[in-house]
Every structure is written in structure tokens, then in C-alpha cells.
Write a protein that binds this ligand. Structure first.
Ligand code: ADP
Length: 522
């Protein structure tokens, strides 16, 4: 006959295990699952105290859940997790000197701990912890008791394993989130239906959209390529059946429309992520800001067109005059030969000047503009410079206005001469014949200021900052007719700033321009 007590016991055990399995699948909070396991185990085994000790990452052990054990008594149980369990000769895990330790604990805590059973929690072949059950009554835990406890231990091991996996996944996700957020490139993750699920900070900065509100929107509601330059857009690719497999990526380059309507040059790479059943799970887009590349590209194009234009003119003149002079069927009088040679020389000088400017500009970019400072009297320097413009002064009278006793400043004379020549040259180029050019000096407590003022075409306000940029020339009829590489003011500013000074322009269109630079007098 079946013992009704035993049947009842089995039923209750099954119920508990079932309940714990449910708890296991329903929630991932390890502490409450372990506590539930202890409750059930202690009750079924008619015990009053239970304890679960878990192995930490560093290999040591620590208590994780207790039952029937007042918190203040917990330190008394410390010997149970002080030493790591060992394997016995059969390979089973045992707690060294368990009985001795429990006896000491019982004494120290004034507890009746008559029987103890410790069952290892094993995941695979890893020991992840131990479950202890204590009984105050005498007698031994039976084989049946141990079996019951083993089934709870298995559940606990699963719970620990799940929690560890969950922790691992959470850590990985946090790490990934941190990487995505910190990435300098924009990152966008779409679900299979092209809804945005991740929108990182860099992308928010690039597009002007806040990350939060974009989540859940469709890709095309946020990412709009206004002007495509290369590749194919996501929409075009999709129409063509993209993506077919995990390894296919997509690239599109163009101007991304920002929230405020402005555009930003970008390159976007889309990669498709499939699951094992070959279903599309995500599309991951990497958005690279191409502003700098585009600027570099534009600069290179400008450079090539300016240089080819600027080189062609003098070379054509030199070639023309040289070819004419060496014609064998013609005899040239001395005057013609001299004039032609003068033009050849002038054009060769212009070429040298251009090459020097280019070299200076590239040195500047390499951060290597060296100043050779000495004592410079700017009034004398200016007088010396205008002597060189004696030919031009016939059409553009040059007036020098410096106060007496103009201070001597520490400067690189050759470089400052270059700046002044440049400003005077521009004043001549950009003003009509028979208008005066004034070169004046001023002294302030800390600086000396030199101004070159003309009565020429002037410069619109919106262009005034840009004319100091590399290769920048105002696009108007006169500029187009005059030669220039757009490097003069760029170099002038670099030289002045290398001295710790400033350069600026005051001008109104049609009313001339006054370029000034200030150099520190100390
Ligand atoms: P470049 O004269 O070789 O073109 P610069 O760097 O010296 O190059 O000058 C840049 C542009 O600034 C010029 O192309 C011209 O449009 C404008 N600019 C410079 N100086 C003057 C001036 N005195 N009056 C009017 N426009 C000027």
C-alpha cells in the first residue's frame, strides 16, 4: 500500500518545483527566485534554516539568499563561504570540514543545528554555488531528502545560470550602447520594417533631430538625401530587392537634409542583419560627416583652377614675346627688344611670386611659418615699399602719412614688407586709375597700426570675412579681369597673426576699402 504521507509529500514537492519553474521563466530577479527555492526546500525537508552561497566573479564565495536566518546572525555563518569547496576523490564537490564548521557556528550563534546537508549548484561542469539546509532535530538527512534537495539545487543552478546570462547580455548591451553613443559617426539602427530603433548622439548632432522622438519613425521620415552624389539610396535599393543576405551593404553619398532645412554632406553605409532563419532583423546604418572631405575636395578643385589660370597667363605672355623675338624673318629695333624683354621679365617675376605664395601657403598648412624678427621701423619700411611701386604710382598716387618718431617694433621685416606690398598691390588692382592710395600709421599704447586705404570698388560686408580665406576671390567682373590667386590676404593674415597681431578691413561697396594691420609694439 502506498503511504499517504509520502504521496502528499511528493505532490507538494512537485507543486513547489512547478511553481519555481514558473517563477524561473517569469522573472529574472535572481534573489526572489533563490529565496523561493529556499522556502520550498526548507519546508519540504522540515528544516528551519536554509542558505544559498554563490561563487563570485573573482572565484570567492558569498551568501546570496537565506531563509529562517536573522540578518545579524549571518556573519556567524561566514566559515561556510570562507574556503572554496573542493572535489573529493570521486570528483564530487565537498565543503572541507563541514561538520566541524557547523558545530562551531551552532555554538557561536547559540543555534540548534543538528543536521546539515550541502548540495552543490552545478551549471555544465561549473560549480556556481552551494545550497545548505540545516535541521534542529537530530537524525540524518535521508537519501530521499537529498534527492529532493538535489532537484531544488538544479532549479537554483538554472536560476543562477539564467541570471548570469542575463547579466552578460545586459553588460554587452550597455557596452554596445556606450560605444554607439560615443561614436563620432552617426549610427542608426532600423528594424525590418525600417522603423528607427537606435539614433545615436552624433546623428542627432548631424541632423538636428533629438534622438528620443525619432525612435519609431520610419527611416525616410528622418533620413532624406536631398542631392545624391554617389551610390544608391535605401529606397532605391529596396525597390531592387535589397537586401538579400547578411553580407550585402549599401553606400550612398549626398547631402542630408537637416531638420532646419539646411544640408550636410554625408556618406551612409547600410548593412543588413539577418537571423539564422535568414529573416531580416535589422539594418544598421553608419552615417559619416563628409564636411571636411568635401571642403578639402572643393579646395583642391579651386586650387587647380586658380593655379592653372594664374600660371597660364604669364607663361603664354612669355612664350608669345620670346617667340616673336626669335623670329628669323623679322628684325627688331633695340626699343622693341627691350620692351619685350621687360615684359618677359615682369611675367617671370609674377610666376616667381605665385610660386613663392604657394610655397608659403603650403608651409603655413604644415604649421611652419618661421619669423626672423628684428627691429623694424614701419614708416621707413613703408617708404621703401612704395618706391617699388613707382610705375604704378603714375596712375595711382601713393601718399605716405606717418607721425614723426614712429616707434620701432619687433618684427620680421621681409614678411611685413610682403604684407604691405600685398595690400598696396590690391589697392591698385581694385581701384580705378587716378584715385589716391593712402598708407598711414598710428600708434596706440600697445600696438602700431598701419592702414592702406584706397578709393576703389570696395568690398560688400558679407564678403569681408571670407576674403582672408585661402584662394577666396570675390566673384565680380573686375576681380575676374584682374589677375590673382586669392592667396595674398590669406598669407598677409597668417604673417600678421604669427606676429601676435591682427588684420581687418573696413569698406563699403563703391567707397573704397581700408585694410589695417596692428602689430604689438613689445
Ligand atoms: P587676389 O587679389 O590675388 O585675388 P587676395 O587674397 O589678395 O587675392 O584678395 C582676395 C579678394 O579680396 C580679391 O580677389 C578681391 O576680390 C578682394 N580684395 C582684396 N583687396 C581689395 C581691395 N583693396 N578692394 C576691393 N577688393 C579687394
Amino acid at each position: 500500500m502506498i503511504d499517504p504521507m509520502l504521496t502528499d509529500y511528493r505532490v507538494r514537492q512537485r507543486e513547489y518545483l512547478l511553481e519555481i519553474s514558473r517563477a524561473l521563466t517569469a522573472q529574472l530577479d535572481l534573489n526572489s527566485v533563490l529565496r523561493r527555492i529556499l522556502e520550498a526546500a526548507t519546508e519540504l525537508l522540515a528544516s528551519n534554516v536554509g542558505l544559498i552561497v554563490l561563487r563570485l566573479e573573482d572565484g570567492s564565495f558569498a551568501p546570496r539568499a537565506t531563509h529562517g536566518l536573522p540578518a545579524q546572525l549571518l556573519p556567524v555563518f561566514a566559515p561556510l563561504w570562507a574556503d572554496a569547496p573542493e572535489r573529493d576523490y570521486e570528483g564530487s564537490w565537498i565543503v572541507p570540514q563541514l561538520d566541524r564548521k557547523v558545530a562551531a557556528i551552532a555554538r557561536a550563534g547559540g543555534l540548534g543545528l543538528q543536521q546539515t546537508v550541502a548540495i552543490p549548484l552545478i551549471v555544465g561542469d561549473r560549480l556556481v554555488g552551494l545550497i545548505y539546509i540545516f535541521r534542529a532535530t537530530s537524525g540524518n538527512f535521508t537519501a530521499n531528502d537529498r534527492q529532493v534537495l538535489q532537484s531544488f539545487a538544479d532549479q537554483a543552478a538554472i536560476a543562477v545560470h539564467n541570471a548570469q546570462l542575463y547579466q552578460q547580455v545586459t553588460n554587452e548591451k550597455q557596452r554596445l550602447d556606450a560605444i554607439l553613443e560615443a561614436s563620432a559617426d552617426g549610427v542608426l539602427i532600423l528594424d525590418a520594417a525600417l522603423h528607427i530603433t537606435v539614433f545615436n548622439r552624433a546623428l542627432a548632432r548631424m541632423t538636428g533631430y533629438a534622438a528620443g522622438p525619432t525612435i519609431g519613425l520610419l527611416h525616410d521620415q528622418v533620413i532624406v538625401i536631398a542631392a545624391k552624389r554617389a551610390g544608391i539610396t535605401l529606397r532605391e535599393a529596396e525597390a531592387g530587392g535589397w537586401p538579400l543576405s547578411s553580407n550585402s551593404s549599401l553606400y550612398v553619398e549626398g547631402d542630408l537634409r537637416r531638420r532646419d532645412g539646411t544640408q550636410a554632406p554625408v556618406g551612409i553605409t547600410y548593412a543588413a542583419l539577418f537571423n539564422r532563419d535568414e529573416q531580416l532583423v535589422n539594418i544598421i546604418a553608419n552615417v559619416r560627416d563628409m564636411t571636411h572631405l568635401r571642403e578639402a575636395d572643393d579646395l583642391k578643385n579651386t586650387f587647380i583652377s586658380v593655379i592653372s589660370h594664374e600660371l597660364k597667363t604669364p607663361v603664354a605672355l612669355i612664350k608669345g614675346y620670346a617667340g616673336t623675338l626669335r623670329r628669323e624673318d623679322a628684325r627688331w629695333d633695340a626699343g622693341t627688344v627691350r620692351d619685350s624683354a621687360a615684359i618677359i621679365e615682369e611675367e617671370a617675376d609674377r610666376l616667381t611670386q605665385l610660386i613663392d605664395n604657394l610655397l608659403d601657403a603650403s608651409r603655413l598648412q604644415a604649421g611652419a611659418l618661421k619669423l626672423n624678427k628684428g627691429d623694424v621701423a614701419l614708416d621707413q619700411l613703408a617708404a621703401h615699399v612704395i618706391e617699388k611701386f613707382s610705375v604704378e604710382a603714375q596712375t595711382h598716387p601713393l601718399a605716405l602719412e606717418f607721425p614723426p618718431d614712429f616707434p620701432i617694433v619687433p618684427a620680421d621685416a621681409a614678411r611685413v614688407e610682403q604684407v604691405l606690398s600685398n595690400l598696396i598691390n590690391n589697392a591698385i588692382k581694385y581701384s580705378a586709375a587716378n584715385t589716391r592710395i593712402r598708407i598711414s600709421g598710428r600708434v596706440t599704447p600697445r600696438e602700431v597700426i598701419v592702414t592702406v586705404a584706397d578709393q576703389g570698388i570696395g568690398i560688400p560686408l558679407e564678403e569681408q570675412a571670407r576674403i582672408f580665406e585661402r584662394f577666396y576671390r570675390i566673384d565680380d567682373a573686375l576681380t575676374r579681369r584682374t589677375q590673382g590667386s586669392g592667396l595674398g590676404l590669406y598669407l598677409a593674415r597668417a604673417v600678421v597673426e604669427a606676429h601676435g597681431g591682427r588684420i581687418w578691413v573696413e569698406s563699403r561697396p563703391g567707397q573704397g576699402a581700408a585694410f589695417s594691420f596692428a602689430l604689438p609694439s613689445e
